[in-house]
Design a protein around this ligand. Structure first.
Ligand code: MG
Length: 176
């Protein structure tokens, strides 16, 4: 059960995800979370490193689509349009249809699309359920609304449980 919360790959930030990792795994499309992955929560500014990273994506021939649970279309649109990429707002991650909507926009499928986000309960759980490649990044900052803060607390409990569970496992039984 905990495997559903385990990302395939982890990075400190969006702009530190190496192109090699994406290429090596046959990734042609990216479903990217907005709040705290691309920008601080409800902030419109995209950092220069993030802009540079998106340039590298283009060079590598990898497409990207913003898939955000944010309900404010304008907020999502402004950031996506600034980077010249499509977007899905009010996406209802971790539900399957949220990821399917992103893949429809990208014209890619489960095997060549990766999900990138900062939350285990929406981005990683949802992507893993779809059996997609998942990448967890650290949240940009803590300026989040209360619901997200509660989820974070639950995430910490979950991570603690996972560690406990893993260390209490009998040796030699891990299949990965
Ligand atoms: Mg987020």
């Amino acid at each position: 059960m905990f495997d559903l919360f385990k990302p395939t790959f982890q990075a400190d930030s969006l702009d530190s995800i190496p192109m090699d990792v994406l290429k090596r795994n046959g990734i042609r499309g990216l479903i990217i979370d907005l709040d705290n992955t691309m920008t601080p929560w409800n902030d419109l500014e995209v950092g220069p490193k993030v802009v540079e990273w998106f340039e590298k994506l283009k060079v590598a021939g990898i497409q990207a689509c913003v898939v955000s649970n944010n309900k404010r279309k304008q907020r999502v649109a402004v950031v996506a349009e600034r980077l010249g990429i499509p977007f899905v707002f009010r996406a209802t991650k971790p539900r399957r249809r949220a990821f399917q909507a992103g893949m429809n926009v990208l014209g890619t499928g489960i095997s060549d699309t990766a999900v990138i986000g900062d939350q285990l309960f929406t981005d990683i759980l949802g992507g893993n359920r779809m059996e997609m490649y998942t990448i967890l990044v650290l949240p940009i900052n803590d300026r989040e609304f209360i619901g997200t803060r509660l989820l974070r607390r639950m995430e910490r409990v979950l991570v603690w449980l996972m560690k406990r569970y893993e260390t209490s496992e009998p040796h030699g039984t891990k299949v990965r």
